[in-house]
Write a protein that binds this ligand. Structure first.
Ligand SMILES: Nc1ncnc2c1ncn2[C@@H]1O[C@H](COP(=O)(O)OP(=O)(O)OP(=O)(O)O)[C@@H](O)[C@H]1O
Length: 354
């Protein structure tokens, strides 16, 4: 049974402001909380969230999560890149901060529920007695991909009031209520790298600047010089900095030997991936092969696949047809229709025959 007191994670943006507004209109006793996540976090976010709370007549808190964010999000982001992976820091933040520390702090303050401005839906299924996570009714904004790791306890205390709304409706609601953030633009992809220069960020954070190295072809021949493994991601074609006369794509990153392999486009299509850290929304383990639609990055259209359990929390995912740029470090999220089944972290791509 959900309690009536809810603490909304308020970034100072339109979505979470409208989440607070809707919950207040629905009769909840609402509070708002803004997180300080890193040094240099825009002060404006805190003051905007505070102004919205004042307008709504609800209390506002500021939580300092800088130390935890540095350890669980920034360090993991940088370490992942140094291992040649492409991590998703929003998922790490959701796990450790929003649905970890924040959920605990909310409970400590007497709030039985928490809320965010994510576009996805939580439902309770009477038949199974389990909470479920569903895609947003508005596919263009759906954010269920970054929430695949939520467990039953977290879902039981989570309210996602934007589940059915479109962004334009959310903006209209903000305008109608006179919220001071109604025309604020959408947030950046990676909040702690506002200029998009993640290479410089990692170099600063780790003290290890990227080192030039060799581009290799599929046979291991040196075919040019790259600017440092950090600069590249699987499937990349643009920004290679060398003209090869034909299109080349990044197919392999090897930070140990500081090499980047370039191939024909066909080499970046793979039908199998290996992933670990499996989480199932229903809890429990995977008993046997499961047919799903699997999504390998935020902007990927889920594709038919079968998930096979391997060792502890490890799975092999076999797609019905090869997928472009399966990228280690990204999450693979499993759907049954519109419902999220669970997900895991991609560690390697392969071909079924390998
Ligand atoms: N610094 C923060 N403090 C508190 N909550 C936050 C913060 N950053 C993000 N959130 C919460 O996480 C949700 C999703 O974050 P995301 O960065 O995807 O923002 P968004 O979709 O642009 O939403 P918004 O318009 O509310 O910023 C937000 O709606 C908000 O509930």
């Amino acid at each position: 049974m959900k309690m009536k007191k809810v603490l909304v994670a308020m970034s100072g943006g339109v979505d979470s402001s409208v989440a607070a507004l809707l919950l207040k209109e629905r009769g909840y006793e609402v509070g708002g909380a803004t997180f300080e996540l890193f040094d240099g976090c825009p002060e404006q976010n805190v003051s905007d969230a505070k102004a919205v709370c004042e307008k709504l007549g609800i209390p506002h808190y500021v939580f300092d999560y800088r130390a935890l964010f540095s350890e669980r999000v920034l360090d993991c982001f940088a370490d992942g890149y140094l291992r040649g992976e492409t991590p998703n820091p929003c998922i790490a933040c959701n796990r450790s901060i929003k649905f970890g520390a924040f959920a605990r702090d909310a409970e400590r303050l007497g709030y039985g529920c928490i809320s965010t401005g994510h576009y996805a839906a939580v439902r309770f299924d009477e038949a199974s007695g389990r909470y479920q996570l569903w895609r947003s009714a508005q596919p263009r904004k759906d954010q269920s991909y970054v929430l695949y790791h939520l467990n039953q306890r977290q879902l039981s205390m989570l309210l996602l009031p934007l589940d059915r709304y479109d962004k334009s409706e959310v903006r209209a609601l903000a305008a109608k209520a006179g919220l001071p953030v109604q025309s604020k633009s959408d947030s950046q992809d990676i909040c702690f790298v506002p200029d998009g220069d993640y290479v410089s960020f990692i170099a600063r954070h780790t003290g290890k600047p990227p080192e030039e190295g060799d581009y290799l072809d599929d046979a291991g021949n040196v075919i040019g010089r790259h600017r440092g493994v950090l600069h590249y991601t699987i499937g990349q074609r643009k920004g290679l900095g060398v003209a090869f006369g034909t299109h080349r794509y990044v197919s392999r990153l090897d930070p140990e030997h500081n090499t980047v392999t370039l191939s024909d486009e066909s080499a970046v299509f793979r039908d199998t991936l290996f992933a670990d850290g499996l989480r199932l929304i229903s809890g429990g383990a995977l008993g046997g092969p499961l047919s799903v639609r699997a999504k390998i990055r935020y902007a990927h259209t889920p594709a038919p696949a079968t998930v096979y359990p391997l060792g502890e929390g490890e799975v092999r995912v076999r797609f019905d047809s090869p997928q472009r740029a399966i990228t280690p470090g990204q999450a693979v999220v499993f759907y049954d229709g519109e419902r999220v089944v669970g997900g895991a972290t991609i560690r390697a791509a392969g071909q079924d025959k390998e």
